[in-house]
Design a protein around this ligand. Structure first.
Ligand code: PMP
Ligand code: GLN
Length: 393
């Protein structure tokens, strides 16, 4: 038989699925894959349930239901002062995952160069490659996750088509600063390149950090595509409703890509998300405040156990250095051992790098009920005590 698609046959199962399966097998508390362990707001779920029963279950319009497109445009205005046209400037997708692929399809011709920042989310690179794009990787390194400006500038050239930017960033929890965004914007203008902005964690920002869409910077509105996810904003990750906002000239192409990927997204979920996006500011502030408390709970507990945690200003995740625990294997070994031995699952940070990754950092998700986080910390404490690992202060 002829070989099937080589790129996909070389792509492994996602690390999130691997670690969730290990968590299930060992009855571990899953602080690996990033999903909340409680339902999203009951009123939004009721909206979706009611919407199933009022005879609007056939194909919604290709670019999304008007009420959701209008809600996305209104949210762009309310939170960031952005003027997005609800008709020509928004496309609703089946999750941010589809949105990322649709945006990359809209922009990349084979041979185009795409600047990606490591550690990077697992779908970016395979999709860039499938489209014939050539990845130019720039690395952020723990513990500071500082933007290496020289390396970033060097990654741009005449063939650069776009930069894919994830802020707030998974797995680092980094929220890009206005200065960093300004530097990036300068490079995009200099090289006449586009930005695909994965902003799924836009409302999950803590400790006074502020999420600024790159699109709000001068000259960026006409060259940026901004991606949001109802899964993250409403703690309903299984719904897979995403949305792209951008200039009409590009959004027509995003719509064509979406037409060829899924064409449309479940209408009842779209209607419920439209309702959710219109919630008062207080909803969005409380979402972040509650998550911040959970971040602090996990962070303090991990530090007490001897992990060195890195500051997380946004997202669902804390990165923790386990080298002071006395475990001598790498992060993959650590994460394969942890569910069975400690009853807790995490994600190895090396999975977010292509080559020569850092090897002693793991990612813990804190989007869990406080009692669950406490239980996970207790299990980790029992495990470290039983192993008599050396814990440095
Ligand atoms: N981008 C990033 C950075 C993510 O962490 C995730 C994971 N949830 C996604 C995109 C995918 O979002 P969705 O579930 O809406 O497809
Ligand atoms: N975004 C989630 C995470 O980083 C995982 C989503 C998935 O499993 N594909 O944990």
């Amino acid at each position: 038989m002829k070989p099937a698609n080589t790129l996909l046959s070389q792509t492994g199962t996602t690390i999130f699925t691997i670690m969730s399966a290990l968590a299930v097998r060992h009855g571990a508390i899953n602080l690996g894959q990033g999903f909340p362990d409680t339902e999203g707001p009951a009123d939004i779920v009721h909206q979706a349930a009611d919407a199933l029963l009022d005879h609007r279950n056939q194909y919604p319009p290709l670019t999304g239901l008007p009420e959701l497109r209008e809600a996305v445009a209104a949210a762009n205005k309310r939170f960031y002062g952005l003027d997005i046209d609800a008709t020509s400037g928004v496309v609703v997708t089946s999750g941010a995952t589809e949105a990322i692929t649709a945006c990359l399809m809209a922009l990349i011709n084979p041979g185009d160069e795409v600047v990606l920042i490591e550690p990077l989310y697992d779908t970016y690179l395979p999709v860039v490659k499938l489209l014939g794009g050539v990845a130019r990787l720039v690395r952020l390194e723990p513990p500071a996750w500082e933007l290496p400006r020289e390396a970033l500038a060097a990654a741009f050239g005449p063939k650069t088509k776009l930069l894919l930017l994830n802020s707030p960033m998974n797995p680092t929890g980094k929220v890009f600063t206005p200065e960093e965004l300004g530097f990036i914007a300068g490079l995009l203008l200099k090289h006449d390149a586009y930005a695909v902005c994965d902003e799924v964690y836009e409302h999950l920002v803590f400790s006074g950090a502020k999420h600024i869409p790159l699109m709000t910077l001068p000259g960026m509105a006409e060259r940026s595509l901004r991606i949001g996810s109802a899964g993250k904003t409403f703690s309903l990750t299984g719904w897979k409703v995403g949305y792209v906002s951008g200039p009409a000239a590009l959004m027509g192409l995003v719509a064509k890509a979406h037409q060829n990927l899924t064409f449309t997204t479940a209408p009842n979920l779209q209607r419920a998300v439209a309702y959710g996006l219109a919630k008062p500011d207080e909803y969005f502030a409380t979402l972040a405040d509650e998550l911040q408390l959970r971040r602090d709970l996990l962070d303090t507990g991990l530090k007490r156990l001897g992990f060195i945690t890195l500051p997380a200003q946004g997202s669902y995740f804390i990165t923790a250095d386990f080298s002071a625990l006395g475990f001598t294997g790498d992060d993959m070994e650590f994460c394969r051992m942890l569910p069975e031995q400690a009853g807790v699952a995490a994600i190895p940070v090396s999975a977010f790098y292509v080559e020569t990754p850092p090897r002693h950092y793991v990612r813990f998700a804190f989007c869990k009920q406080p009692a669950v986080l406490e239980a996970a910390l207790e299990r980790l404490a029992r495990w470290t005590a039983a192993k008599a690992l050396t814990v440095s202060a």
